[in-house]
Ligand binder design. Sequence first.
Ligand SMILES: [Mg+2]
Length: 261
Amino acid sequence: MDLFNANLSEVLNRWDLRRFRVVLFDFDGTLSLLREDWPRIMISQMCAELVRHGSREAPPLLYQRVEQAIMGLNGKPTLVQMQWLVDEVQKLSGQAESAQVYRQRYLDELLASVEPRRAAIASGQVSPENWQVPAAGAFLNRLQSSGLKLVLASGSDREAVEYEAGLLQVRSYFADELHAPVQGDPTFSKRGVIERLLQQGFQGSEILGFGDGIVETQEVKRVGGVAIGVASNQENPQQINRWKQQQLLGAGADAIIPCYQ
Ligand SMILES: [Mg+2]
């Protein structure tokens, strides 16, 4: 059986849920598809900024380099990604904007793409399931019924995560265990969320993680947990997203699924 292109039941056959006490989820790309355009928007803005400051790299190579850097920081607060851009612009012209300015510019464009989706759900035009990673809600329900502690850790801004988790009807599963940077606080980390669990007496090996990013995958593996990569593919939910699959494999994921069906 290929656990790197698996479905949920294959994963649950391999690891009995009863050996875990905590299930840790990322939000964007792992439970929610509302912001699935974020890499394209962030990378395009960064490439444009680097070109504006005199980058001479061939566009496809520049795109690839920015993509690798940004996806390698996926899971950290947005401001950390923007600090990468600041450093790159400084090397070119020495005249970078602040990371806060870049972050706001990015959030404005991202929000413009997310807002119509939010509005369609809020008005009842579109069902929340439409923008969940397929079957995420049903899986959360099952985990909760099994008595597992559910924890959400996202590098996106807390206010947005709160609101969008509510819209997608997954907010209630996490009670007071929704963790995300307040106003982009760059000191927030998924490692910090996991450390707190360990301080509360949970063992690393009792943590089951689901995420589509390198950071959460590495952090769960670092403490001896089981990390399941979620390589969702918006166009075809049953099929794995190859690019994410490669990234998650490299980060040490124990198995990879396209969704929770
Ligand atoms: Mg994510």
